[in-house]
Structure formats: structure tokens, C-alpha cells
Design a protein around this ligand. Structure first.
Ligand SMILES: NC(=O)c1ccc[n+]([C@@H]2O[C@H](COP(=O)([O-])OP(=O)(O)OC[C@H]3O[C@@H](n4cnc5c(N)ncnc54)[C@H](O)[C@@H]3O)[C@@H](O)[C@H]2O)c1
Length: 330
């Protein structure tokens, strides 16, 4: 199979590319990535010389992308501006990449008659106090990130209905694991704890998310790639939720650090209280969780201990420091 992965230098995309080459060494992958602050070719070091792998540094909004995409079977769109905190103070890039970029790729998929898989998020459903959303629940996003992702989902659905482009949408809960940029909650908690820095927790710390180990999500995407029914949307979740404060305590405990490192900070606007999704459809395709949170968080802490060079370079960059100060009003 010949696959185009966009955003493959980011967290989930790079894990997905490495997963695919392990499982299907004969597949060919073209990775298209603009290399924003979140893109890092170090994530792909182990496969960069693989003759079945190609990299193209380009923006998914670029109209001339089309000329590079002959002979491919599918586009899997991971590329996005993905950090809610950044969306709050700089929404424009989110609208450009997440909405217009998706539209641009759908146009190419339409012209070349190839499958299109949109990597979406549970955040498009918005917050739910009790119970869980399924794939037919209405979209009710709360911030510029989740609303741009919801818009991209709607455009994807319209290309299936109007132009019969074979599409799938995958909405997963929060991912965690190796190579996640350290502005995100779990790697920020782990790396700050390793450095004996304060662990900033928004509000009362009782915000709940469902968490999935990134490889379990890659397995779900693999399944949809091979067995997904055209036009279908699939939720993907561990269905295991835990308040942020408990995650911080667990990480401190694993690292043998004191809970006094926890620091409550002013909440962010539009902060969704709880996300929860049902994923019966993906389970019917044969998917199940293989790495529970206890195991996954241990593996993740171990990875960040063993790869200090990877994240220290990022955390020492002026770009990271500026964002960090702005986010936590330091
Ligand atoms: N991380 C999560 O918990 C999570 C959960 C659900 C869904 N998602 C979705 O999964 C996808 C991947 O998330 P991630 O956490 O790996 O994100 P990430 O921020 O780590 O990576 C995004 C990648 O996209 C690239 N990119 C950004 N704008 C681009 C553009 N205009 N053109 C080409 N490349 C561009 C970046 O350089 C980077 O390599 C996103 O679509 C996100 O919405 C993420």
C-alpha cells in the first residue's frame, strides 16, 4: 500500500509511521510536514533511511501539493495545529491549517480518487457532565482548536456525501506516550518533575480526560485503514478517565518526587470539564485496548527519563519558554 501521511513529524504521526513500517515493511510512506515548532525529524531517525520512506517539507494548505501525490492509495491527515492553549491566544493558524489544509487535501483526494482519513478528536463533541458521546452525537466544540477540528470533520463528511470521496474520520481521546511535545499535559508534568520544577495544574485539578497510549491509537488507525467502512466515523478511547491532579500525583510517585511540586494556577477560558466517548464501532472492527493507563504511564515516564536530550533541547528553546510564560502567566 502507498500511504501519504501528513504531520508525520509530530507526536502521533511519527509513532504511526514507525508502527506501520514494523507491521508492514513493504508499505511505502510519503510524509508531508511543514515542520512547525511541533514537527521534529528526530522522531523519525530510526526509519529515515528506509527506502520505502520519503519526506516532503510542505504546508498542507499549499495548492501545488497535488503534483507530488500521484500513485498513492490513501491520505491520512494528522497535520494540525493541536494545542488548545495556543489556540486561545492565536486562533488564525488553527483555522488555516486545520480547516483550509483539510479542504485542500480533500480536493486532491477527490481529483485523484483516493481514500482520505481525517485524524480528529473527541474534543469536537465538547464537554459532558455524565455519560458518553457516540459517533452520532452533535458537535459542540468550545475553543478555536476543537471548533476548527469540528469544521474539518464537517467538510470531510460533505466530500463523502457530495463527491463520494471514500473517507473515514477517527475521533480519539487524549493520547500520551513517547515523542509528545513537552507543552502537552503528561510530558510537561513528567519533564517538570524530573527537573524539580513546579507542576502547573489548571483550576481545581478535577478536569477529566480519557487517555490512550499512542500505540493503541495507531492500531485503531491501522484497522480503519484496512477495514473501515467508507463514510464512517470511529471514536477511539480507552474509556478510562482520570482527573489531572491524580495524573500529576501518579507521575510524582513514579519519579519518587514530593507532591509539594504541584502548583494550582489560574484556569484557562472555555476549559471543558469532562470528555467521554463510547467506541463500540471500532471494537466491532476487532480493536481493544492493549496498554492500560498504569502500564502506559510507566512506559512513558521511562521514555522521558531515557531521552532527556530530546526534550531538553525543546524546553530550552526561546519559542518554548515564551509560550510557557504566556500560558501560565509567569
Ligand atoms: N495528541 C492528542 O492527544 C490528540 C488527540 C486526538 C486527536 N489528535 C489529533 O491528532 C493529530 C496529530 O496530533 P499530534 O498530537 O501528533 O500533534 P503535533 O502537534 O505533535 O503534530 C502536528 C504535526 O503537524 C505538522 N503541521 C502543522 N501544521 C502543518 C501544516 N500546515 N502543513 C503540514 N504540516 C503541518 C507539525 O509540523 C507537526 O509535525 C492532530 O490532527 C490532532 O488534532 C491529537
Amino acid at each position: 500500500m502507498n500511504i501519504v501521511v501528513t504531520g508525520g513529524a509530530g507526536f502521533i504521526g511519527s509513532n504511526f509511521i514507525k508502527y506501520i513500517f514494523k507491521r508492514y515493511p513493504e508499505y511505502k510512506i510519503l510524509n508531508i510536514d511543514k515542520l512547525t515548532y511541533a514537527g521534529n525529524l528526530e522522531n523519525l531517525k530510526e526509519i529515515e533511511k528506509n527506502p520505502n520512506y520519503k519526506f516532503l517539507k510542505k504546508d498542507i494548505c499549499n495548492k501545488d501539493l497535488e503534483e507530488f501525490l500521484d500513485g498513492y492509495d490513501v491520505i491520512i491527515n494528522f497535520a494540525a495545529e493541536s494545542h488548545v492553549d495556543r489556540a486561545i491566544y492565536g486562533p488564525e493558524e488553527f483555522l488555516k491549517t486545520d480547516i483550509f489544509g483539510t479542504f485542500n487535501l480533500l480536493e486532491i483526494a477527490k481529483k485523484k480518487n483516493i481514500k482520505f482519513i481525517q485524524i480528529s478528536t473527541d474534543e469536537v463533541y465538547g464537554s459532558i457532565e455524565e455519560g458518553s458521546f457516540d459517533e452520532n452525537s452533535p458537535l459542540n466544540p468550545s475553543n478555536p482548536y476543537s471548533s476548527s477540528k469540528a469544521s474539518a470533520d464537517l467538510i470531510t463528511i460533505s466530500y463523502f456525501k457530495t463527491y463520494k470521496v471514500p473517507t473515514n474520520i477517527i475521533r480519539s481521546c487524549n493520547n500520551y506516550g513517547p515523542n509528545q511535545y513537552p507543552e502537552k499535559f503528561i510530558p510537561l508534568m513528567i519533564t517538570n518533575a524530573i527537573e524539580n520544577k513546579k507542576l502547573p495544574i489548571y483550576g481545581d485539578g478535577l478536569y477529566r480526560r480519557e487517555w490512550i497510549y499512542v500505540i493503541d491509537n495507531c492500531k485503531a488507525i491501522d484497522l480503519v485503514l484496512h477495514k473501515g467502512k467508507e463514510g464512517e466515523i470511529y471514536n477511539v478511547s480507552s474509556e478510562f478517565s482520570i482527573p489531572n491532579i491524580e495524573i500529576a500525583k501518579k507521575i510524582l510517585n513514579l519519579l519518587g518526587k514530593d507532591e509539594s511540586l504541584i502548583e494550582f494556577v489560574k484556569d484557562r477560558p472555555g476549559h471543558d470539564r469532562r470528555y467521554s466517548i463510547k467506541c463500540e464501532k471500532i471494537k466491532k472492527l476487532g480493536w481493544h485496548i492493549e496498554t492500560d493507563f498504569e502500564k502506559g504511564i510507566e512506559l512513558t515516564v521511562k521514555w522521558y527519563i531515557e531521552n532527556k536530550n530530546w526534550w531538553r533541547i525543546i524546553k530550552e528553546s526561546p519559542q518554548f519558554i515564551t509560550h510557557y510564560k504566556k500560558t501560565y502567566n509567569l
